[in-house]
Design a protein around this ligand. Structure first.
Ligand SMILES: C[S@@+](CC[C@H](N)C(=O)[O-])C[C@H]1O[C@@H](n2cnc3c(N)ncnc32)[C@H](O)[C@@H]1O
Length: 251
C-alpha cells in the first residue's frame, strides 16, 4: 500500500461523516464532455465512496482497505489498486474521476496508467474543493491561521510526504502529452453545516490527524481557536459555498 494511503487509516468513519460530496452538475457536465449518456466511470482514490455518489454505477479504485470497506458498504463496486496500477483493462472507461487525490499520485507512473484505461475521447476529471468553504469572514481568517500552523508543524516534524501542489495539476496534465485537450473549470456547490462540522472537516485532513496522533495538542494546532471562532460565528446551521475546481483532460 502506498504511504499516502496510510495517512487515511484510522479515521475513515469520521472522514465519511463530515466531508462534502461532489455537485451533481459535475456528472451532467462530464456526460456531455464524453458524449455518452450512460458512461462507464472509474473513480481512482475513491476513499469511502463519497466521490462516487453522483453516479448510478461506478468502479472505485482504492489502496486503503479501511476506506474500501466503507465504499463497499455504500454499494460501490470497489477494487484494491492504486493510480499507478489500477488492475483494470485497457480502454474500459468513458470517464475517470479523481477527487482530492491527484496530489498523492506518482504522476510519472499514474498518468500513463490513467490514460491506458481511458478509451479515445474519454474524459479525466481531477477535482478538488477550494478549502475552506466560504461561510463567514472571521471563520475564514481563523481557518487560514490554523492552516498555516498545521502546515508548519507538519514540515517541522517531517510528517509532510512529498506531494505535488494542486496548483500544478493543470500544467502537469498538459505537459504529460497524454491528452489531446486539457482545461480547468470551476463548479459551484452549496450546502449547509454547523460549527461542529466545520471544525471536523478542518480536522479530517491526514496531516492534522497525524499531528494529533503524535501528541500535538489542539491548542498548539490552532484547532481550539478555530472551534471558538466557529462556535461564536456559526450558530446552528449556516450556508457553505464551495468552489469545485475541475481539471479536465480529454484522451
Ligand atoms: C482525501 S482522500 C479522497 C477520497 C475521495 N475521493 C473523496 O473525495 O472523498 C484521498 C484518497 O486517495 C487514496 N490514495 C492515496 N494514494 C493513492 C494512490 N497512489 N492511488 C490511488 N489512491 C490513492 C487514499 O487512500 C484516500 O482514500
Amino acid at each position: 500500500m502506498p504511504d499516502s494511503a496510510d495517512r487515511f487509516s484510522g479515521f475513515a468513519e469520521q472522514y465519511d461523516r463530515v466531508r462534502p460530496r461532489p455537485p451533481q452538475e459535475l456528472a451532467d457536465m462530464l456526460r456531455q464532455w464524453a458524449g455518452v449518456a450512460e458512461p462507464s466511470v472509474v473513480d481512482i482514490g475513491c476513499g469511502t465512496g463519497l466521490s462516487c455518489t453522483i453516479w448510478p454505477e461506478v468502479t472505485g479504485v482504492e489502496p486503503s482497505a479501511e476506506m474500501r470497506a466503507i465504499a463497499a458498504r455504500r454499494g460501490v463496486r470497489v477494487v484494491a489498486g492504486s493510480a499507478e496500477d489500477t488492475g483494470l483493462p485497457g480502454e474500459c472507461a468513458d470517464i475517470v474521476t479523481v477527487s482530492h487525490a491527484l496530489h498523492w499520485f506518482d504522476a510519472a507512473r499514474a498518468f500513463p496508467e490513467i490514460a491506458r484505461i481511458m478509451r479515445p475521447g474519454a474524459v479525466l476529471a481531477a477535482f478538488d474543493f477550494d478549502w475552506p468553504p466560504a461561510v463567514d469572514p472571521e471563520v475564514d481568517a481563523a481557518y487560514r491561521e490554523f492552516e498555516a500552523t498545521h502546515n508548519a508543524l507538519e514540515a517541522e516534524r517531517g510528517l509532510r510526504p512529498a506531494f505535488a501542489p494542486k496548483s500544478e495539476h493543470l500544467e502537469r496534465l498538459r505537459h504529460s502529452g497524454l491528452f489531446r485537450h486539457v482545461n480547468e473549470v470551476c463548479l459551484h456547490m452549496r450546502e449547509s453545516g454547523s460549527a461542529e462540522r466545520f471544525v471536523a472537516v478542518a480536522a479530517s485532513q491526514g496531516g492534522v490527524v497525524a499531528l494529533l496522533e503524535e501528541g500535538v495538542s489542539e491548542d498548539e494546532l490552532g484547532l481550539t481557536r478555530l472551534r471558538e471562532v466557529a462556535e461564536r460565528r456559526i450558530t446552528e446551521q449556516k450556508t457553505w459555498w464551495w468552489t469545485c475546481r475541475v481539471r479536465l483532460a480529454v484522451r
